[in-house]
Structure formats: structure tokens, C-alpha cells
Write a protein that binds this ligand. Structure first.
Ligand code: FES
Length: 171
């Protein structure tokens, strides 16, 4: 039995079909995104199984997973907060922003809150250095000028959304 469902394998094949047959491994990033979308993170078992699907070495898949910090190698919280701590942001309160979020949530960098709502990670340059401090939420939403007040607003909003979702799922 395959590690992946038939529906997932079909999604992989749609990505692989975008490349010449002998270059199907070019679809590795898209396939990793599919795995993460469906499973929340990319496990080593998933990497090995994907390598077999694309006809490449497991270590080559692992190199991609570990190069880009959008791929989660462990389960993450409902909100994954990446705070840029690259040099230009460091010079404009990037580290202060990361420290503030960690302190507010009671976690270390790369840690998750025990309720599973937040994961906090430092990140490399997000390409908006003039807007420092900059952060990315769930690998999708870029937020600029995230000083303490705005960070507190964000954390409160996310916590409220998570509480509402939990209440709805318990109904
Ligand atoms: S250094 Fe933070 S966005 Fe570029």
C-alpha cells in the first residue's frame, strides 16, 4: 500500500506532468507543498515516499525540505509566525520583535504553545527590509512594521480566532 492516497498521488502526477518525463523531480517543491497542505508538515517518511514517486534520492528531497523554511519538519501550531531576524531587520528591531512574541507566548524560538495555537520561528530576509520589523504568518501573509503594539494586536486576534474555531468545532 502506498504511503500516499490515490488522490494525493494524482495531485503529484499533475505537478510532474508540467515537466519533461526525465525531469519529473522538478516537481519536488510543489509536491512538498501538497504534503504539507494535507498533513500539516513534511515527515521523513513522507520525504522517502515522495522520493520514490519522483525517482530521486531521499536525501535530495530532504535537502529541499531543509533549505526552505516554509516547509515544516515538525507539526506546527495553527498560526506559524516567522519573524525576520536577518541583518537589515536586526538593525530595526527585528530581534526585539521576535523576543517580544516569544515572551508574550512563553516559548523559545522554534517553539509552540502548549495549546497548539502558535509556533514562533526566526526567519531569513523576507524581501521587505524597508518595512522592518517584518513577519510572515502561515507562509502566506506578510506583515510590516510589527512593533510591540501591532504584535500584541496580532496575537490577540489570532488567539480569538482560534478560540472561536475551537468553540465551533465543539458544537
Ligand atoms: S532583512 Fe528582514 S525583510 Fe529583509
Amino acid at each position: 500500500m502506498s504511503f500516499f492516497s490515490d488522490a494525493t498521488l494524482a495531485r503529484f502526477e499533475r505537478e510532474a506532468a508540467k515537466y519533461p518525463a526525465e525531469q519529473r523531480q522538478s516537481a519536488v517543491m510543489a509536491c512538498l507543498s501538497i504534503i504539507q497542505q494535507e498533513q500539516g508538515h513534511v515527515s521523513q517518511a513522507a520525504e522517502v515516499a515522495l522520493a520514490a514517486v519522483l525517482g530521486m534520492a531521499p536525501i535530495a528531497v530532504h535537502e529541499v525540505t531543509t533549505f526552505y523554511n516554509m516547509y515544516n519538519q515538525q507539526p506546527v501550531g495553527r498560526y506559524k509566525l516567522n519573524v525576520c531576524t536577518n541583518l537589515p531587520c536586526q538593525l530595526r528591531e527585528g530581534q526585539t520583535a521576535l523576543d517580544h512574541v516569544c515572551k508574550r507566548l512563553g516559548v523559545e524560538p522554534y517553539g509552540s504553545t502548549t495549546d497548539g495555537v502558535f509556533t514562533v520561528q526566526p526567519s531569513e530576509c523576507l524581501g521587505a527590509c524597508a518595512d522592518a520589523p517584518v513577519m510572515l504568518v502561515n507562509d502566506r501573509e506578510m506583515l510590516s512594521f510589527m512593533r510591540e503594539e501591532r504584535l500584541d494586536e496580532l496575537l490577540a486576534m489570532c488567539a480569538a480566532e482560534a478560540a472561536t474555531a475551537t468553540a465551533k468545532s465543539g458544537q
